[in-house]
Design a protein around this ligand. Structure first.
Ligand SMILES: [Zn+2]
Length: 480
Protein backbone atom coordinates (compact mmCIF):
# COMPACT_ATOMS: atom_id res chain seq x y z
CA UNK A 1 0.00 0.00 0.00
CA UNK A 2 2.86 2.38 0.85
CA UNK A 3 4.25 1.84 -2.62
CA UNK A 4 1.09 2.76 -4.44
CA UNK A 5 0.34 5.86 -2.41
CA UNK A 6 3.84 7.13 -2.96
CA UNK A 7 3.62 6.49 -6.69
CA UNK A 8 0.26 8.21 -6.96
CA UNK A 9 1.51 11.30 -5.15
CA UNK A 10 4.53 11.49 -7.41
CA UNK A 11 2.36 10.91 -10.44
CA UNK A 12 0.23 13.95 -9.60
CA UNK A 13 3.20 16.21 -8.83
CA UNK A 14 5.04 15.21 -11.96
CA UNK A 15 1.90 15.57 -13.98
CA UNK A 16 1.58 19.16 -12.77
CA UNK A 17 5.22 19.74 -13.63
CA UNK A 18 4.75 18.16 -17.05
CA UNK A 19 7.28 15.44 -16.26
CA UNK A 20 6.76 11.70 -16.02
CA UNK A 21 9.15 9.49 -14.19
CA UNK A 22 7.19 7.47 -11.67
CA UNK A 23 7.43 4.04 -13.18
CA UNK A 24 7.35 0.81 -11.25
CA UNK A 25 10.88 -0.01 -12.35
CA UNK A 26 12.14 3.16 -10.70
CA UNK A 27 10.14 2.71 -7.56
CA UNK A 28 12.14 0.56 -5.21
CA UNK A 29 9.65 0.56 -2.34
CA UNK A 30 8.63 -2.98 -1.41
CA UNK A 31 5.54 -4.18 -3.18
CA UNK A 32 2.40 -5.21 -1.37
CA UNK A 33 2.56 -8.48 -3.25
CA UNK A 34 5.03 -11.16 -2.40
CA UNK A 35 5.63 -14.58 -3.75
CA UNK A 36 6.29 -18.11 -2.66
CA UNK A 37 9.91 -19.15 -3.03
CA UNK A 38 9.78 -22.91 -2.63
CA UNK A 39 10.06 -25.05 -5.71
CA UNK A 40 6.54 -26.11 -6.51
CA UNK A 41 5.04 -26.80 -9.88
CA UNK A 42 1.80 -24.91 -9.42
CA UNK A 43 1.18 -22.26 -6.77
CA UNK A 44 -0.10 -23.61 -3.49
CA UNK A 45 -3.80 -22.79 -3.61
CA UNK A 46 -4.74 -24.28 -0.24
CA UNK A 47 -5.10 -20.79 1.23
CA UNK A 48 -6.79 -19.43 -1.85
CA UNK A 49 -9.59 -17.04 -0.94
CA UNK A 50 -10.82 -16.63 -4.47
CA UNK A 51 -10.30 -15.56 -8.06
CA UNK A 52 -11.06 -12.17 -9.58
CA UNK A 53 -11.11 -11.73 -13.33
CA UNK A 54 -11.24 -8.15 -14.57
CA UNK A 55 -12.01 -7.49 -18.22
CA UNK A 56 -11.17 -3.93 -19.22
CA UNK A 57 -13.31 -3.55 -22.31
CA UNK A 58 -11.52 -2.13 -25.39
CA UNK A 59 -8.05 -2.11 -23.79
CA UNK A 60 -5.27 -2.69 -26.28
CA UNK A 61 -2.09 -4.19 -24.86
CA UNK A 62 0.40 -1.64 -26.15
CA UNK A 63 -0.99 1.29 -24.15
CA UNK A 64 0.09 -0.20 -20.83
CA UNK A 65 3.35 0.80 -19.25
CA UNK A 66 4.00 -2.83 -18.42
CA UNK A 67 3.75 -3.64 -22.15
CA UNK A 68 6.35 -0.98 -22.88
CA UNK A 69 4.39 2.21 -23.48
CA UNK A 70 6.84 5.01 -22.69
CA UNK A 71 4.35 7.54 -21.32
CA UNK A 72 1.14 5.99 -20.09
CA UNK A 73 1.23 5.26 -16.38
CA UNK A 74 -0.14 1.91 -15.23
CA UNK A 75 1.92 1.18 -12.10
CA UNK A 76 -0.63 -1.13 -10.49
CA UNK A 77 -0.91 -3.43 -13.47
CA UNK A 78 2.89 -3.36 -13.63
CA UNK A 79 2.99 -4.44 -10.00
CA UNK A 80 0.64 -7.34 -10.71
CA UNK A 81 2.77 -8.37 -13.70
CA UNK A 82 6.00 -8.14 -11.72
CA UNK A 83 4.55 -10.59 -9.21
CA UNK A 84 2.69 -12.66 -11.73
CA UNK A 85 2.81 -13.57 -15.39
CA UNK A 86 2.51 -11.25 -18.37
CA UNK A 87 1.60 -12.62 -21.79
CA UNK A 88 3.11 -10.50 -24.54
CA UNK A 89 1.09 -11.91 -27.41
CA UNK A 90 -2.39 -12.68 -26.11
CA UNK A 91 -4.97 -12.75 -28.87
CA UNK A 92 -8.68 -12.10 -28.47
CA UNK A 93 -10.99 -14.48 -30.38
CA UNK A 94 -13.04 -11.56 -31.70
CA UNK A 95 -13.19 -7.78 -31.65
CA UNK A 96 -16.71 -7.57 -30.26
CA UNK A 97 -17.73 -7.59 -26.62
CA UNK A 98 -20.29 -10.34 -26.13
CA UNK A 99 -18.71 -12.88 -28.52
CA UNK A 100 -15.28 -12.36 -26.99
CA UNK A 101 -16.52 -12.67 -23.40
CA UNK A 102 -18.51 -15.77 -24.37
CA UNK A 103 -15.25 -17.30 -25.62
CA UNK A 104 -13.33 -16.27 -22.52
CA UNK A 105 -15.86 -17.94 -20.23
CA UNK A 106 -16.42 -21.12 -22.28
CA UNK A 107 -13.03 -21.59 -23.96
CA UNK A 108 -14.85 -21.92 -27.28
CA UNK A 109 -14.38 -20.00 -30.51
CA UNK A 110 -17.15 -17.97 -32.09
CA UNK A 111 -17.88 -20.70 -34.63
CA UNK A 112 -18.50 -23.04 -31.69
CA UNK A 113 -20.74 -20.95 -29.41
CA UNK A 114 -22.17 -19.08 -32.43
CA UNK A 115 -22.45 -15.69 -30.74
CA UNK A 116 -21.41 -13.25 -33.46
CA UNK A 117 -22.77 -9.96 -32.17
CA UNK A 118 -23.74 -7.96 -29.10
CA UNK A 119 -27.40 -8.71 -29.63
CA UNK A 120 -27.05 -12.47 -29.54
CA UNK A 121 -26.98 -14.64 -26.42
CA UNK A 122 -24.81 -17.56 -25.40
CA UNK A 123 -26.77 -20.80 -25.36
CA UNK A 124 -27.32 -22.80 -22.20
CA UNK A 125 -25.38 -25.84 -23.35
CA UNK A 126 -21.76 -24.66 -23.20
CA UNK A 127 -20.58 -24.78 -19.62
CA UNK A 128 -19.05 -21.54 -18.36
CA UNK A 129 -16.22 -21.16 -15.88
CA UNK A 130 -18.68 -19.55 -13.45
CA UNK A 131 -20.96 -22.60 -13.66
CA UNK A 132 -18.03 -24.94 -13.14
CA UNK A 133 -16.83 -23.10 -10.03
CA UNK A 134 -20.29 -22.43 -8.61
CA UNK A 135 -20.90 -26.16 -8.91
CA UNK A 136 -17.83 -26.71 -6.76
CA UNK A 137 -18.89 -24.44 -3.96
CA UNK A 138 -17.49 -21.07 -5.00
CA UNK A 139 -19.57 -17.97 -4.31
CA UNK A 140 -19.85 -16.25 -7.67
CA UNK A 141 -20.52 -12.67 -8.71
CA UNK A 142 -20.43 -10.54 -11.84
CA UNK A 143 -20.45 -6.78 -12.32
CA UNK A 144 -21.07 -5.62 -15.88
CA UNK A 145 -21.04 -2.17 -17.37
CA UNK A 146 -22.67 -2.48 -20.77
CA UNK A 147 -26.33 -3.22 -21.13
CA UNK A 148 -25.77 -5.86 -23.77
CA UNK A 149 -23.82 -7.87 -21.19
CA UNK A 150 -26.81 -7.94 -18.86
CA UNK A 151 -27.96 -11.54 -18.45
CA UNK A 152 -31.30 -11.20 -20.26
CA UNK A 153 -29.43 -10.18 -23.42
CA UNK A 154 -26.08 -11.97 -23.34
CA UNK A 155 -26.97 -14.95 -21.12
CA UNK A 156 -23.47 -14.57 -19.73
CA UNK A 157 -24.93 -14.55 -16.23
CA UNK A 158 -24.84 -18.36 -16.20
CA UNK A 159 -23.25 -19.57 -12.99
CA UNK A 160 -23.18 -16.16 -11.30
CA UNK A 161 -25.24 -16.03 -8.10
CA UNK A 162 -24.99 -12.29 -7.74
CA UNK A 163 -25.04 -9.95 -10.74
CA UNK A 164 -24.65 -6.19 -10.66
CA UNK A 165 -26.28 -5.17 -13.91
CA UNK A 166 -25.34 -2.31 -16.15
CA UNK A 167 -27.29 0.91 -16.08
CA UNK A 168 -25.07 2.72 -18.52
CA UNK A 169 -21.30 2.56 -18.24
CA UNK A 170 -20.74 2.81 -14.49
CA UNK A 171 -17.17 3.91 -13.87
CA UNK A 172 -14.40 1.64 -12.63
CA UNK A 173 -14.30 3.11 -9.11
CA UNK A 174 -17.92 2.40 -8.16
CA UNK A 175 -17.76 -0.95 -9.98
CA UNK A 176 -14.82 -2.18 -7.95
CA UNK A 177 -16.40 -0.78 -4.77
CA UNK A 178 -19.37 -3.04 -5.52
CA UNK A 179 -17.00 -6.00 -5.67
CA UNK A 180 -15.45 -5.13 -2.28
CA UNK A 181 -18.89 -4.77 -0.70
CA UNK A 182 -19.84 -8.20 -2.02
CA UNK A 183 -16.59 -9.72 -0.70
CA UNK A 184 -17.40 -8.26 2.71
CA UNK A 185 -20.85 -9.79 2.46
CA UNK A 186 -19.81 -13.37 1.63
CA UNK A 187 -17.36 -13.76 4.49
CA UNK A 188 -15.04 -16.76 4.30
CA UNK A 189 -16.51 -18.52 1.26
CA UNK A 190 -14.19 -19.09 -1.70
CA UNK A 191 -15.21 -16.83 -4.54
CA UNK A 192 -15.04 -16.30 -8.26
CA UNK A 193 -15.79 -12.77 -9.43
CA UNK A 194 -15.91 -11.16 -12.83
CA UNK A 195 -15.75 -7.38 -13.12
CA UNK A 196 -16.28 -5.81 -16.52
CA UNK A 197 -15.05 -2.21 -16.84
CA UNK A 198 -16.14 0.07 -19.69
CA UNK A 199 -14.07 3.20 -19.08
CA UNK A 200 -11.79 2.90 -22.10
CA UNK A 201 -14.67 2.34 -24.53
CA UNK A 202 -16.13 5.32 -26.40
CA UNK A 203 -17.06 7.85 -25.21
CA UNK A 204 -13.71 8.05 -23.45
CA UNK A 205 -14.58 10.19 -20.43
CA UNK A 206 -12.04 9.79 -17.64
CA UNK A 207 -12.80 11.90 -14.57
CA UNK A 208 -10.53 14.82 -13.64
CA UNK A 209 -7.56 14.96 -13.33
CA UNK A 210 -7.12 12.01 -15.72
CA UNK A 211 -8.75 13.94 -18.59
CA UNK A 212 -5.70 16.25 -18.55
CA UNK A 213 -2.98 13.70 -17.83
CA UNK A 214 -1.99 13.24 -21.45
CA UNK A 215 -3.41 16.28 -23.16
CA UNK A 216 -2.27 19.81 -22.33
CA UNK A 217 -3.59 21.83 -25.27
CA UNK A 218 -6.79 23.68 -26.07
CA UNK A 219 -9.08 21.08 -27.57
CA UNK A 220 -11.53 23.75 -28.78
CA UNK A 221 -8.98 26.00 -30.47
CA UNK A 222 -10.71 27.03 -33.74
CA UNK A 223 -7.41 27.00 -35.60
CA UNK A 224 -7.04 23.24 -35.06
CA UNK A 225 -8.71 21.02 -37.66
CA UNK A 226 -7.27 17.57 -36.87
CA UNK A 227 -10.59 16.07 -35.71
CA UNK A 228 -12.46 17.56 -38.68
CA UNK A 229 -9.78 16.17 -40.98
CA UNK A 230 -10.55 12.58 -39.97
CA UNK A 231 -14.31 12.95 -39.60
CA UNK A 232 -15.01 11.33 -42.97
CA UNK A 233 -13.14 8.22 -41.85
CA UNK A 234 -15.72 7.61 -39.13
CA UNK A 235 -18.52 5.18 -39.95
CA UNK A 236 -21.73 7.12 -40.56
CA UNK A 237 -23.55 5.34 -37.73
CA UNK A 238 -21.03 6.99 -35.40
CA UNK A 239 -20.40 10.37 -37.02
CA UNK A 240 -24.14 11.12 -37.34
CA UNK A 241 -25.26 9.72 -34.02
CA UNK A 242 -26.41 12.24 -31.36
CA UNK A 243 -24.60 10.24 -28.67
CA UNK A 244 -21.27 10.55 -30.47
CA UNK A 245 -21.87 14.16 -31.51
CA UNK A 246 -22.68 15.28 -27.98
CA UNK A 247 -19.45 13.73 -26.71
CA UNK A 248 -17.33 15.55 -29.29
CA UNK A 249 -19.32 18.81 -29.49
CA UNK A 250 -16.93 21.73 -29.90
CA UNK A 251 -13.83 19.50 -29.93
CA UNK A 252 -11.32 20.32 -32.68
CA UNK A 253 -8.23 18.37 -31.69
CA UNK A 254 -7.85 14.66 -32.45
CA UNK A 255 -5.09 14.46 -29.84
CA UNK A 256 -7.61 15.37 -27.15
CA UNK A 257 -9.69 12.30 -28.02
CA UNK A 258 -6.68 10.02 -27.90
CA UNK A 259 -5.57 11.72 -24.69
CA UNK A 260 -8.95 10.85 -23.16
CA UNK A 261 -8.44 7.17 -24.05
CA UNK A 262 -4.99 7.23 -22.49
CA UNK A 263 -6.28 9.08 -19.42
CA UNK A 264 -9.00 6.48 -18.96
CA UNK A 265 -6.33 3.74 -18.99
CA UNK A 266 -4.48 5.39 -16.09
CA UNK A 267 -7.75 6.02 -14.25
CA UNK A 268 -8.67 2.32 -14.46
CA UNK A 269 -5.18 1.34 -13.33
CA UNK A 270 -5.44 3.59 -10.27
CA UNK A 271 -8.82 2.09 -9.41
CA UNK A 272 -7.37 -1.41 -9.67
CA UNK A 273 -4.68 -0.20 -7.27
CA UNK A 274 -7.43 0.95 -4.91
CA UNK A 275 -8.99 -2.53 -5.17
CA UNK A 276 -5.60 -4.02 -4.26
CA UNK A 277 -5.48 -1.73 -1.22
CA UNK A 278 -8.95 -2.88 -0.19
CA UNK A 279 -7.94 -6.53 -0.58
CA UNK A 280 -4.79 -5.91 1.44
CA UNK A 281 -6.77 -4.27 4.25
CA UNK A 282 -8.87 -7.43 4.41
CA UNK A 283 -5.80 -9.71 4.27
CA UNK A 284 -7.07 -11.05 0.97
CA UNK A 285 -4.46 -9.66 -1.43
CA UNK A 286 -2.05 -12.52 -1.04
CA UNK A 287 -4.80 -15.12 -1.06
CA UNK A 288 -6.56 -13.96 -4.22
CA UNK A 289 -5.71 -14.82 -7.81
CA UNK A 290 -6.19 -11.77 -10.04
CA UNK A 291 -6.49 -12.00 -13.81
CA UNK A 292 -6.67 -8.87 -15.96
CA UNK A 293 -7.43 -8.97 -19.67
CA UNK A 294 -9.66 -7.43 -22.31
CA UNK A 295 -12.21 -8.54 -24.86
CA UNK A 296 -10.55 -6.61 -27.71
CA UNK A 297 -8.47 -3.53 -28.37
CA UNK A 298 -9.23 -0.26 -30.14
CA UNK A 299 -8.08 1.50 -33.29
CA UNK A 300 -6.84 5.00 -32.55
CA UNK A 301 -5.99 5.91 -36.14
CA UNK A 302 -4.19 2.82 -37.44
CA UNK A 303 -5.35 2.08 -40.99
CA UNK A 304 -7.42 5.28 -40.79
CA UNK A 305 -9.73 3.54 -38.34
CA UNK A 306 -10.69 5.82 -35.47
CA UNK A 307 -12.32 4.91 -32.17
CA UNK A 308 -13.65 1.57 -33.42
CA UNK A 309 -12.64 -2.01 -32.85
CA UNK A 310 -13.49 -3.29 -36.30
CA UNK A 311 -11.04 -5.23 -38.43
CA UNK A 312 -8.56 -7.81 -37.21
CA UNK A 313 -5.42 -5.71 -36.99
CA UNK A 314 -3.12 -5.91 -33.98
CA UNK A 315 -4.54 -2.76 -32.37
CA UNK A 316 -7.85 -4.57 -32.00
CA UNK A 317 -6.92 -8.24 -31.45
CA UNK A 318 -3.81 -8.07 -29.27
CA UNK A 319 -4.98 -7.66 -25.70
CA UNK A 320 -3.28 -7.56 -22.33
CA UNK A 321 -3.27 -10.68 -20.20
CA UNK A 322 -1.77 -10.53 -16.72
CA UNK A 323 -2.27 -13.40 -14.30
CA UNK A 324 -1.28 -13.06 -10.66
CA UNK A 325 -1.36 -16.22 -8.59
CA UNK A 326 -0.60 -15.80 -4.89
CA UNK A 327 2.06 -18.04 -3.36
CA UNK A 328 3.60 -18.64 -6.74
CA UNK A 329 7.25 -19.01 -7.53
CA UNK A 330 6.35 -17.83 -11.03
CA UNK A 331 6.62 -14.10 -10.55
CA UNK A 332 7.87 -11.61 -13.08
CA UNK A 333 7.44 -14.21 -15.81
CA UNK A 334 6.97 -12.89 -19.34
CA UNK A 335 5.59 -15.32 -21.91
CA UNK A 336 6.33 -14.33 -25.49
CA UNK A 337 4.48 -17.16 -27.25
CA UNK A 338 1.25 -16.51 -29.11
CA UNK A 339 -1.62 -17.52 -26.85
CA UNK A 340 -5.37 -16.92 -26.84
CA UNK A 341 -7.77 -15.70 -24.18
CA UNK A 342 -9.66 -19.00 -24.57
CA UNK A 343 -6.66 -20.41 -22.68
CA UNK A 344 -7.65 -18.62 -19.47
CA UNK A 345 -10.34 -21.16 -18.52
CA UNK A 346 -8.15 -24.30 -18.62
CA UNK A 347 -5.36 -22.38 -16.85
CA UNK A 348 -7.69 -21.57 -13.95
CA UNK A 349 -8.94 -25.15 -13.84
CA UNK A 350 -5.43 -26.60 -13.72
CA UNK A 351 -4.52 -24.16 -10.95
CA UNK A 352 -7.50 -25.50 -9.00
CA UNK A 353 -6.52 -29.09 -9.86
CA UNK A 354 -9.79 -29.55 -11.77
CA UNK A 355 -10.12 -31.35 -15.11
CA UNK A 356 -10.95 -29.36 -18.24
CA UNK A 357 -13.88 -30.39 -20.46
CA UNK A 358 -12.72 -32.26 -23.56
CA UNK A 359 -14.56 -30.00 -25.98
CA UNK A 360 -12.82 -26.73 -25.13
CA UNK A 361 -10.46 -24.97 -27.54
CA UNK A 362 -8.00 -23.45 -25.10
CA UNK A 363 -4.95 -25.02 -23.54
CA UNK A 364 -3.62 -24.55 -20.04
CA UNK A 365 -0.88 -21.93 -19.97
CA UNK A 366 0.96 -23.58 -17.07
CA UNK A 367 3.61 -25.28 -19.23
CA UNK A 368 4.50 -21.91 -20.74
CA UNK A 369 4.46 -20.22 -17.33
CA UNK A 370 6.87 -22.89 -16.11
CA UNK A 371 9.18 -22.19 -19.05
CA UNK A 372 8.55 -25.45 -20.89
CA UNK A 373 8.80 -25.10 -24.67
CA UNK A 374 5.49 -25.72 -26.39
CA UNK A 375 4.59 -26.18 -30.06
CA UNK A 376 3.89 -22.78 -31.67
CA UNK A 377 0.27 -21.72 -31.66
CA UNK A 378 -1.90 -20.24 -34.38
CA UNK A 379 -4.56 -17.96 -32.96
CA UNK A 380 -7.99 -18.16 -34.57
CA UNK A 381 -9.94 -14.91 -34.77
CA UNK A 382 -13.38 -14.10 -36.15
CA UNK A 383 -14.98 -10.75 -36.82
CA UNK A 384 -18.49 -9.90 -35.66
CA UNK A 385 -21.15 -10.64 -38.25
CA UNK A 386 -18.83 -13.22 -39.86
CA UNK A 387 -17.31 -10.42 -41.95
CA UNK A 388 -13.67 -11.44 -41.59
CA UNK A 389 -11.73 -14.44 -40.36
CA UNK A 390 -8.09 -14.47 -39.37
CA UNK A 391 -5.12 -16.49 -38.22
CA UNK A 392 -2.18 -15.14 -36.25
CA UNK A 393 1.13 -16.92 -35.84
CA UNK A 394 4.30 -15.68 -34.21
CA UNK A 395 5.31 -14.11 -37.52
CA UNK A 396 2.27 -13.63 -39.73
CA UNK A 397 -1.26 -12.28 -39.70
CA UNK A 398 -3.63 -13.72 -42.30
CA UNK A 399 -7.06 -12.14 -42.85
CA UNK A 400 -9.73 -13.39 -45.21
CA UNK A 401 -12.77 -11.28 -46.07
CA UNK A 402 -15.94 -13.38 -45.96
CA UNK A 403 -18.47 -10.75 -47.04
CA UNK A 404 -18.61 -7.60 -49.10
CA UNK A 405 -19.62 -4.69 -46.88
CA UNK A 406 -18.81 -1.00 -46.66
CA UNK A 407 -19.17 -0.35 -42.95
CA UNK A 408 -15.93 1.54 -42.58
CA UNK A 409 -15.05 4.29 -45.08
CA UNK A 410 -11.32 3.52 -44.92
CA UNK A 411 -11.59 -0.28 -44.88
CA UNK A 412 -14.11 -1.93 -47.20
CA UNK A 413 -14.69 -5.65 -46.76
CA UNK A 414 -14.50 -7.44 -50.10
CA UNK A 415 -15.57 -11.08 -50.20
CA UNK A 416 -12.62 -13.34 -51.02
CA UNK A 417 -9.99 -10.65 -50.47
CA UNK A 418 -6.95 -11.83 -48.52
CA UNK A 419 -4.43 -9.91 -46.44
CA UNK A 420 -1.10 -11.18 -45.23
CA UNK A 421 1.35 -9.27 -43.05
CA UNK A 422 4.83 -10.20 -41.95
CA UNK A 423 4.71 -8.91 -38.39
CA UNK A 424 8.44 -9.30 -37.97
CA UNK A 425 9.25 -6.86 -40.80
CA UNK A 426 5.99 -4.93 -40.75
CA UNK A 427 4.52 -4.81 -37.24
CA UNK A 428 2.14 -1.99 -38.22
CA UNK A 429 0.57 -4.25 -40.90
CA UNK A 430 0.98 -1.68 -43.66
CA UNK A 431 2.18 -3.89 -46.53
CA UNK A 432 -0.14 -6.65 -47.70
CA UNK A 433 2.16 -9.34 -49.09
CA UNK A 434 -0.57 -11.85 -50.01
CA UNK A 435 -0.04 -11.50 -53.77
CA UNK A 436 3.69 -12.21 -53.60
CA UNK A 437 3.49 -15.04 -51.04
CA UNK A 438 1.54 -17.89 -52.70
CA UNK A 439 3.14 -20.65 -50.60
CA UNK A 440 2.41 -18.96 -47.28
CA UNK A 441 -1.12 -18.12 -48.43
CA UNK A 442 -1.70 -21.76 -49.40
CA UNK A 443 -0.66 -22.92 -45.94
CA UNK A 444 -2.94 -20.41 -44.25
CA UNK A 445 -5.86 -21.42 -46.48
CA UNK A 446 -5.32 -25.06 -45.52
CA UNK A 447 -5.08 -24.19 -41.83
CA UNK A 448 -8.26 -22.14 -42.09
CA UNK A 449 -10.02 -25.07 -43.74
CA UNK A 450 -8.86 -27.36 -40.93
CA UNK A 451 -10.05 -24.95 -38.26
CA UNK A 452 -13.44 -24.14 -39.77
CA UNK A 453 -14.24 -27.79 -40.50
CA UNK A 454 -14.15 -28.59 -36.78
CA UNK A 455 -16.79 -26.21 -35.50
CA UNK A 456 -19.12 -27.35 -32.73
CA UNK A 457 -22.08 -25.09 -33.58
CA UNK A 458 -23.92 -24.84 -30.29
CA UNK A 459 -27.36 -23.22 -30.37
CA UNK A 460 -27.42 -19.61 -29.27
CA UNK A 461 -29.76 -18.39 -26.55
CA UNK A 462 -32.56 -15.88 -26.73
CA UNK A 463 -31.49 -12.25 -26.38
CA UNK A 464 -34.27 -10.03 -25.05
CA UNK A 465 -33.55 -6.67 -26.61
CA UNK A 466 -35.71 -3.60 -26.07
CA UNK A 467 -35.99 -0.71 -28.61
CA UNK A 468 -33.98 1.41 -26.16
CA UNK A 469 -31.20 -1.20 -26.23
CA UNK A 470 -31.13 -1.16 -30.01
CA UNK A 471 -30.44 2.57 -29.86
CA UNK A 472 -27.63 2.08 -27.35
CA UNK A 473 -26.06 -0.63 -29.50
CA UNK A 474 -26.25 1.64 -32.52
CA UNK A 475 -24.64 4.50 -30.59
CA UNK A 476 -21.77 2.21 -29.64
CA UNK A 477 -21.32 1.26 -33.27
CA UNK A 478 -22.63 -2.31 -33.08
CA UNK A 479 -25.63 -1.95 -35.36
CA UNK A 480 -25.53 -0.21 -38.69
ZN1 LIG B 1 -15.90 -4.80 -25.85
Amino acid sequence: MVRRMRCQRWTLLLFLAGVWTCTPAEDSVKSRLYSHTESVSLPDNTNLAGIIIITIDTLRADVLGTYGHPRIQTPNLSELAEHGVLFQQAMAPSTTTTPSHASLFTSLYLQDHNVYSNFEALGNEPETIAEMLFGRGFATSAIVNMKHLNPEISNLGQGFQHIVRSGFMRKAGPSLDQLVRWLDHIGEQRFFSWVHLADVHTPYQPPPPYDRFYYHGDEKNPEITSLQDIWNFLPSHMSDHPFFLSWLRGIRDLDWVIGQYHGAVTYVDDEIGRLMDALEERELLNKTAIIVTSDHGESLGEHDLYFVHAGLYESTVRVPLIMYFPNSKHHGVVVHDVIETVDVLPTILEYLDLPSPETIRGRSLWPLIEGKAQPPRTAFIEHAGRNLIGLRTERYKYIKHRKTKHLLPSYPFIKGHEELYDLQDDPAELHNIAAQSPEIIREFREELERRTSKKLEYKTGEAKITPEMLDVLQALGYIQ
